[in-house]
Design a protein around this ligand. Sequence first.
Ligand code: ZN
Length: 317
Amino acid sequence: MNGHNLKISWVAAIVLLTIACQDKEVLKKEEDQKILPKMSLSSKNLLMSSIAESYTLPSKANIGNNKVKVYMAEYLTNGKNGAAGNIIYFNDRGNKHLDADFVPTLSLDVSKDISYAVDMSRPSSSLNVQVTEKAIDRAMQTWDHVKCSDLRIKKIQSSTTSTGLIPLIYGYGGSSGYVADINHGGFLPARFFDLIAPNGGNFILAVTFTIVFSDQFGNPLDSDHDNKADVAWREIYYNNSLNWNDGSDYDVESIALHESGHGLSQAHFGKAFRSGNGKLHFAPKAVMNAAYSGVQTEISKTDLGGHCSIWGSWPKN
Ligand SMILES: [Zn+2]
């Protein structure tokens, strides 16, 4: 539904080669600045080029060659400037982009249950960390209680050391290893979201990154031949520069429910239209609309349809 795919330019491909020669785990901000003006790249292209390569999992995961790659990012906006959320693909191999879903036989925690974790090491500046964690727990439980699916969502002990491949790449701490199927990686500063879209720090609320298994050449695996890339895990980040709340704007539970929807392989949907003041509205209104439009902690009928089509026969599919 989000057909606007952003492509890596040839220039970015050259930068990719340059960056590939460096140790990506120590890619420093100074290097970003050096490359950025010289190559006249947008921050978007820099983001894409520097993570469009494969990473080897630190521990023996025993899945293929243990390689994963960052596949796509889906972001949610506040809808105020008329910009809806979008999807960015990091794997630019032609115009065809596969969806991505979990495969029961390729689980890094060797469990068909869906696991999640909440990284407490990157708390919100505006909301108590325990209140935040409880709100995320409620969002996960809401998806778990959906009747058409049997996900048996379970929580992995909250981490006190920082997690996540994406922040590791950008110098916000983290780890390249697997934490949980869905990792709520905490709150990152506005400038992180500027990398996702120009001035993104001003209007992006949160983002979900999809990390997939890849072959030795960096192609996403599709081991069950369902025309969907095989998800290794997903990482969710919230914009710390915004004012977060529990039960009012910006409501953590509502936005965690949306991001967890991506965590569970759902895409955005709903037709966007603008009201007189330029604010975005959606029809039908749903958790998975591409912009936030107020507190919404219950799953709509259309959300359910999408969810059940993906998860209805899990873990048999
Ligand atoms: Zn979204």
